[in-house]
Write a protein that binds this ligand. Structure first.
Ligand SMILES: O=C(O)c1ccc(O)c(O)c1
Ligand SMILES: [Mg+2]
Length: 633
């Protein structure tokens, strides 16, 4: 597998781009003409920079409005092409991309266009150069790779070939199987991009919203399967026009790019096992059996309100670490670990970020294989310090520098709870509150990190992602997207905040970064759970009474049922599959909170209720601020 990426995909000047691209392990780079034109170095120097960075110069692009021109424009187009060939000679580039014309004066006609390319092929051959033709989705006469291929076929010149770009094909929903019949040696390069499924003008969509394969909604795997079926094993090159990426950290975006290509080709290889794709063998996507535990960082003092809330929710203190200040709380199949020790990553995290749910563990069939896959795809392994206070499990760094642990049934790991913890008998066995398992883990992060973590989860784990939804916070937009496995034993919701005034944005500011902002537990009878919680003094988040008025009318609910919901401050939603009931805790320090849900066939996350929940949280935070203000005076 030879990977490449266009300089337009990355932020910085040409030097920074090349460093980031080489650092991430790409084989080559496409020089986008503008990046070269605005850079203050000669073509020869730029060519040397590319080679010194250890990169191949895979493509020089784009050359526009070449084909189908009437005279005198035709002659000028050829003259322009010769000038670019001169520059390519100095750069040391041997492949040029010509994208289909958008010029108002360009004429159509496959043969006319093919003749132009045949003549250009002659000129390119004299200089040892090759030219690839790409159908822009918005091209004036050619906007479909099938037509571009017909042009190339009729041009019938060894130095003229086709450029396939997944965005142009997939944005127009062209059948990718039409690619399978193209001879591999006539495909000069393959460009790859994904995009979110937006209904918008093709050019605008392409120039601003492309993203890495696997980050969007286009069937890029199907596209690449068709390309691979031709026998093509040349360069696969990312060409990602994305405003966010151009403003982001160049190195991180380059690493994401490399991960996306590896993950893409791994999927192609698994779908087409008969193809011999030149790819390092990596472990298969990790099947998650369940969320094993979530770990909080705290100290004795900060742990108090958390532990009190866990107690009110029916958790029992069932274990204590043999040598460290780490406690385990359990209910049903849920384990919560509170790490108040004064050593290790947990403590360092606590010192900088305060009380936070910084780690979670998932049970998988083979923890070592899970770690291998994550690391092969660019995750950073967390290497344990034997003296640290962190659980001794395989782990990688996740959102906000937190950890994702892998847990399996192998002897040592299965016994972690027994070997590292002393089981505590409960002196007064308290009834649990009917919480059986984790329903979802909700992580908040800056919006521009969302695609990265979406790709992290969806490439490492066997999960699917849901479409992006907008959550309306009264202070701004929060975008939310979910990764979940088939049986829904893993559900991770990711909230991306752009605006620091939103509740998610405030969480990021208060905890100095991304992380788990809330945990949702599942109950099979939320009313019974709510009764028990109430008897323990748990006061749920107080929802506006207007919400309940509206609810009754919105869903045509029985007034008595709505009165019960209101009594317990339970929120309600419906989807095609059934009903959803949700209850929220107040906010703990650092902006963390719990949710309790009951699903009756419902598969979503109550997005329609988020605005009411967020408004209630704002009122709570506001009234606390007033009270502490009063206490201070
Ligand atoms: O948006 C464009 O103009 C443009 C240019 C060159 C490409 O390879 C492409 O896919 C799009
Ligand atoms: Mg392209």
């Amino acid at each position: 597998m030879k990977t490449s990426i266009a300089t337009v995909s990355i932020s910085g000047d040409l030097r920074e781009k090349l460093d980031a691209i080489a650092g991430a392990g790409f084989h080559g780079v496409e020089i986008f003409e503008n990046d070269f034109l605005i850079y203050d170095a000669s073509p020869r120097e730029v060519g040397r920079m590319v080679r010194d960075a250890g990169l191949a110069l895979t493509l020089f692009q784009p050359f526009r409005d070449f084909e189908g021109m009437p005279e005198p424009f035709r002659q000028r187009a050829f003259d322009r092409a010769e000038r670019k060939f001169d520059i390519m000679g100095e750069l040391g580039a041997d492949l040029m991309l010509i994208c289909s014309s958008t010029s108002q004066v360009a004429l159509g006609g496959i043969d006319r266009i093919a003749n132009d390319f045949a003549e250009l092929g002659e000129r390119a051959a004299k200089r040892g150069l090759r030219v690839g033709y790409e159908a822009l989705a918005w091209g004036r006469h050619v906007s479909d790779h099938r037509d571009a291929w017909e042009v190339v076929r009729r041009a019938d010149h060894a130095n003229i070939g086709l450029v396939l770009d997944s965005f142009h094909t997939l944005s127009r929903r062209i059948d990718v199987n039409s690619i399978r019949a193209i001879p591999a040696d006539k495909i000069f390069i393959v460009q790859l991009a994904d995009a979110p499924d937006f209904d918008m003008d093709l050019l605008y969509w392409s120039r601003h919203f492309r993203n890495m394969p696997g980050e969007g909604d286009l069937p890029v795997v199907d596209f690449m399967r068709a390309v691979s079926a031709t026998g093509y094993d040349g360069v696969i090159s990312l060409e990602i026009f994305n405003d966010q990426f151009r403003a982001a950290d160049s190195r991180a975006v380059a690493v994401d790019g490399q991960r996306s290509l590896l993950n893409l080709m791994d999927q192609v290889q698994r779908a087409e096992p008969q193809l011999a794709i030149n790819l390092p063998a990596i472990a298969p996507p990790v099947e998650v059996e369940r969320v094993e535990f979530v770990e909080f960082t705290a100290d004795r003092h900060a742990a108090e309100p958390l532990v009190a809330m866990l107690g009110a929710m029916g958790f029992r203190h069932t274990g204590q670490h043999r040598s460290k200040d780490v406690a385990r709380y359990e209910q049903g199949g849920i384990s919560v670990v509170v790490n108040s020790d004064s050593r290790g990553l947990a403590h360092r995290t606590f010192q900088t970020r305060g009380l936070s749910a910084y780690a979670f563990g998932v049970r998988v069939p083979d923890a070592a294989a899970a770690l291998d896959r994550a690391v092969a795809l660019g995750a950073k392994p967390f290497t344990q310090n034997l003296k640290s206070d962190d659980l001794n499990l395989p782990a990688v760094k996740g959102v906000g520098g937190g950890l994702v642990y892998f847990f399996d049934d192998s002897e040592a790991l299965a016994k972690v709870w027994d070997t590292e913890f002393v089981a505590l008998g409960s002196p007064e066995p308290i009834a649990d509150a009917g919480l059986g398992r984790f329903d979802h883990i909700a992580q908040s992060m800056p919006y521009d990190e969302m695609l990265r973590w979406l790709l992290f989860y969806s490439s490492t784990l066997k999960v699917e992602k849901t479409p992006l939804v907008d959550i309306i916070d009264p202070s701004g937009l929060v975008r939310s997207q979910v990764v979940q496995n088939d049986d829904r034993s893993l559900r991770i919701t990711m909230n991306g905040a752009e605006n620091p005034a939103t509740v998610a944005g405030q969480f990021l500011a208060e905890t100095l970064g991304a992380g788990i902002q809330h945990l949702a537990f599942a109950s099979d009878d939320i009313f019974a759970t709510a009764e028990i919680l109430q008897s323990r003094g748990f006061v749920p988040l107080q929802i506006s009474p207007n919400y309940y008025e509206d609810l009754e009318a919105r869903f045509g609910l029985d007034p008595d049922f709505v009165a019960r919901l209101k009594r317990h401050q339970i929120m309600y939603d419906e989807d095609a599959g059934g009903r959803y009931l949700q209850l929220y805790s107040p906010i703990l320090s650092g902006g963390f909170f719990f949710e309790i849900v009951e699903r009756q066939g419902y598969d979503g996350y109550g997005a329609a209720n988020a605005i009411f929940r967020i408004a209630a949280q704002r009122r709570l935070v506001g009234s606390r601020a007033m009270q502490s203000g009063r206490a201070a005076t």
